[in-house]
Design a protein around this ligand. Structure first.
Ligand code: PHE
Length: 358
């Protein structure tokens, strides 16, 4: 056997017996590394006569190619072996019973978000979404709140640093920009509900810098305040799980609706517990109104042919009321004891026929 053949045998043996990826790497360095046996052979070609080079070149190169291929094949085999070993080792026995202790629960805000969505879905509303970081244009301008309009001061806005192209983004101060997004994309009739996160520079027992709203929008050829009132009434009955509610309308102002109405709900707080549909107290429920014709036009909808109504309310507030949670800040403290107390079972998705809050 020639020296070259002997060397090849030796190299292939070493590769075959490398027990893991680290050992294989050591073999690779000793063969193909800078000072490796095959690399040295290839270097020696430089000092040979043209004839020697002609006969040895193909031999050395062949050896290098076969060693490289053998190392790659061994590497794949070792990787597969390691994966198989891990899969065997990490096997999960799915026949084991689940652990008895409760492991997690649905946050009341998520629960109420699901409840609100389920109720409006039942009324035929589709769910629409928009991003938390919103164009200033959609959050304000297209909602009939131009730059320098005093109504911008109603919202204590978190501004995002200006983009390179000069455009301005904000953390959306309400879910109303989803109205804009929807109208820019869809043709009437439109009927959407959009629950989501919103942000304002504000923090106390009833305000948190991040909070949640739901937004409703209906655009059609014949819509009026009566439809709006009926929709909100149906929502309240379903949400508070009572047969009867009484709502009171207060004139209000929002730049994107005309007329604008805020709705209060009759309630009774006397027994330390809140009851709806009775009593002499009123609870603020939602802002609303008929969509301002200017907003329709800014969003590409013919305001002569179509009109519609919109409403928006706070999810966190609804959760606090329905489930008797006194401080909004506790929502976002991630206290496990709090979550165990106020959380909901993970698999009980709220539906109108199956039960909303059970
Ligand atoms: N976006 C308003 C707010 O955050 C609520 C609203 C929504 C009012 C839709 C009218 C119509 O206060």
């Amino acid at each position: 056997m020639s020296d070259i053949q002997a060397l090849e045998r030796q190299i292939l043996d070493a590769i075959a017996s490398a027990a893991d990826e680290a050992a294989l790497e050591a073999v690779r360095v000793s063969v193909l590394g800078k000072k490796g046996s095959v690399s040295e052979l290839l270097k020696s070609l430089g000092g040979m006569t043209p004839d020697e080079r002609k006969s040895n070149g193909p031999l050395f190169n062949g050896l290098r190619d076969r060693a490289t291929a053998a190392i790659a094949a061994r590497k794949t085999a070792l990787e597969e072996g390691a994966l198989n070993a891990r899969l065997t080792f990490e096997r999960v026995d799915i026949s084991l019973p689940v652990r008895p202790e409760p492991v997690g629960s649905v946050h009341p805000v998520s629960q109420v978000l699901d409840e609100v969505t389920a109720i409006f879905a039942d009324l035929g509303f589709a769910v629409a979404e928009g991003p938390d970081v919103e164009f200033d244009d959609y959050n304000f301008t297209k909602l009939n709140i131009p730059p320098d309009h005093p109504a911008r001061q109603m919202h204590d806005t978190f501004y995002v640093a200006k983009q390179a192209d000069g455009s301005q983004h904000v953390l959306r101060t309400h879910t109303s920009p989803v109205q804009v997004r929807t109208m820019l994309q869809q043709k009437p009739p439109i009927r959407i509900i959009s629950p989501g996160r919103t942000y304002r520079v504000d923090s106390d027992a009833t305000h948190s810098p991040m909070f949640h709203q739901f937004e409703g929008l209906v655009i059609d050829e014949v819509t009026h305040l009566g439809h709006l009132k009926w929709t909100l009434e149906e929502f309240c009955k379903a949400f508070f799980e009572v047969d009867k509610v009484e709502m009171r309308a207060r004139p209000s102002f929002f730049p994107f609706t005309e007329p604008s109405v805020e709705w209060d709900l009759r309630c009774d707080r006397s027994g330390g517990q809140i009851k709806f549909g009775q009593g002499n107290d009123w609870l603020e429920l939602a802002g609303s109104g008929m969509v301002h014709p200017r907003v329709l036009e800014l969003c590409g909808i013919d305001s002569k042919r179509y009109q519609g109504y919109a409403f928006g309310g706070g999810i966190d507030r609804l959760a606090m009321l329905k489930y008797g949670i006194p401080d909004i800040r506790s929502f976002f403290e991630s206290d496990l004891r709090w979550l165990r107390h106020y959380g909901f079972a993970a698999l009980d998705l709220p539906t109108l026929d199956g039960g909303l809050s059970r």
